[in-house]
Design a protein around this ligand. Structure first.
Ligand code: NAD
Ligand code: UDX
Length: 473
């Protein structure tokens, strides 16, 4: 293959959009097109109101897209087929959500979008093309792709499949893409497979140091993505399991995480106890791994990974039960202020947010729930509660949205912190003012351990934190 001139990203989502933008920024001589079936999504990518909230992303997109400081080489379009035809490399970045029906429902990934993208490439490509799995997929997906490409591809057109999983985290996507811990490229260990891996490595080489680009066999690369997410989720479930022991004994999970994390073999990151992990990846990918183990007749392995998700579900309901029992066993008619609805700070993404489960449980207790989140819209909150099984009439009846933390907390019996937005820390929110406008006794339940509990207690609040019991001296 000669020099790469044109690259296509299929799927203009949280991965395709930012990854395409950074690749374009760093390779000004390569035409990068990000395509999607959704016209509204593409229109938003072509505007200044990007379809995702991601700190630092707009300037990156604008520099490559708007031809103000350099020739344009980043394009967002719905012309999926035409763009595939021109491309030397096609990255598949479509969604692979958990199946909701049929065999493996609730566990296996739904590969329909991924297969449809593969079929589209096979049908359209007129020249040799490198196809890159960037979506998170089960191990051995490349073998299925190979069969489809051989069956549908045009005569004389050769395809090389690479696995190049994405490790970015939302909220820090731009920094993660600019300075990745590693770039993983898996290929068949054939001369043409290794050559394709080199071509992709060269594109990344324009900004990623060579020693951070790792080449492996394709099955290892596919499995490494699931393994990384499973190991990260497992750490959170481990610290959350310990948080329950702390609450029952008087130990403090923050001190436990700090003391354990100082051991360089353990390390300090991803040990922040919380109301439970959320996001579109952890639950889906751990279940994907567990289901794979099940289909490989490894039930003990499947059960091991399944328990990571089970602890996470338990952590969420444990938190709500603590709220109910602390508020004297009834929430009926009480106003509960919910601070934060996104699954983590610095994103407006609400997929699998712990807030969804907590708010649903509060509605079931007939609490009046008022939600404030600095980025998540009312429409998004309504949609999440609707698809996650709440009756819309209950949502209308019990849930309201506030534009600031003060309206949210006014007349409430309790404030519940569910997302660790910086503004909820003591410096930004005036807790003294909040105390004044709340019912008595005024409770704060911190599901993220971001508030200064001692200070709030001195102001008169009753404070309950994940991983800290209150009845111990
Ligand atoms: P997303 O839902 O935000 O975006 C996927 C996009 O693909 C959608 O806009 C959809 O319209 C489009 N699409 C689906 N089928 C298509 C087709 N045939 N042709 C054109 N467009 C099509 O998903 P995402 O969060 O970007 O995740 C994409 C993949 O990356 C998933 O496999 C996910 O597990 C993985 N991943 C996600 C993250 C993350 O932080 N979100 C991080 C690493 C990996
Ligand atoms: C994750 C992986 O980190 C990333 O590498 C992968 O590509 C996609 O999945 P993301 O889901 O965006 O990224 O965010 P992450 O920061 O990992 O947080 C996931 C969830 O775990 C959030 O709800 C977060 O609040 C929670 N979390 C994270 C904790 O509860 N404790 C922690 O210590 C870290």
């Amino acid at each position: 293959m000669g020099p790469v001139k044109s690259v296509c990203f299929i799927g203009a989502g949280f991965v395709g959009g930012p990854s395409g933008a950074v690749l374009a920024l760093k390779n000004p001589d390569v035409e990068v097109s990000v395509v999607d079936l959704s016209e509204t999504r593409i229109a938003a990518w072509n505007s200044d109101a990007l379809p995702i909230y991601e700190p630092g992303l707009l300037p990156v997109v604008k520099e490559a897209r708007d031809a103000e400081v350099r020739p344009q080489n980043l394009f967002f379009t719905t012309d999926v087929r035409g763009t595939i035809k021109r491309a030397d490399i096609v990255f598949i970045c479509v969604n692979t959500p958990t199946k909701t029906a049929g065999i493996g429902a609730g566990k296996a990934p739904n590969m329909a979008y991924f297969e449809s993208a593969t079929r589209m490439i096979a049908a359209e490509a007129d020249k040799d093309t490198i196809i890159v799995e960037k979506s998170t997929v089960p191990c051995r997906t490349a073998a299925n792709m190979r069969e489809i490409l051989h069956a549908i591809g045009k005569p004389g057109v050769n395809f090389e499949i690479l696995s190049n999983p994405e490790f970015l985290a939302e909220g820090t996507a731009v920094a993660d893409l600019m300075r990745p811990d590693r770039i993983l490229i898996g290929s068949m260990q054939t001369p043409s497979g290794l050559e394709a891996a080199d071509v992709l490595a060269n594109l990344y080489g324009s900004w990623v140091p060579k020693e951070n680009i790792l080449k492996t066999n394709i099955w290892s690369s596919e499995l490494a993505k699931l393994a990384a997410n499973a190991l990260l989720a497992q750490r959170i479930s481990s610290i959350n399991a310990l948080s329950a022991i702390c609450e029952a004994t008087g130990a403090d999970v923050g001190e436990i995480a700090y003391a354990a994390g100082l051991d360089t073999r353990i390390g300090s990151r991803m040990l922040q106890a919380s109301v439970g992990f959320g996001g579109s990846c952890f639950r889906k990918d751990v279940l994907n791994l567990s289901y794979m183990a099940e289909t490989l007749h490894l039930p003990e392995v499947a059960a091991y990974w399944q328990s990571v998700v089970a602890i996470n579900e338990w952590q969420k309901s444990r938190f709500t039960k603590r709220i109910i029992s602390t508020l004297y066993g009834t929430l009926t008619g009480k106003k509960i202020a919910v601070y934060g609805f996104s699954y983590k700070k610095n994103t407006a993404d609400t997929r699998e947010s712990a807030a969804i489960s907590v708010v649903k449980d509060l509605i079931a207790e007939q609490a009046r729930v008022c939600i404030y989140d600095p980025q998540v819209t009312k429409a998004q909150i309504w949609e999440e509660l609707d698809i996650n099984g709440c009756h819309l009439e209950d949502v209308e009846k019990y849930v309201s949205i506030a534009q600031n933390p003060y309206d949210c907390a006014s007349d409430s019996h309790a404030v519940i912190v569910l997302t660790e937005w910086d503004e909820f820390s003591n410096k930004d929110v005036d807790w003294e003012q909040i105390f004044d406008i709340m019912e008595r006794p005024a409770f704060v339940f911190d599901g993220r351990r971001v508030i200064d509990a001692g200070k709030l207690q001195r102001l008169g609040f009753r404070v309950e934190c994940i991983g800290r019991g209150n009845s111990f001296q």
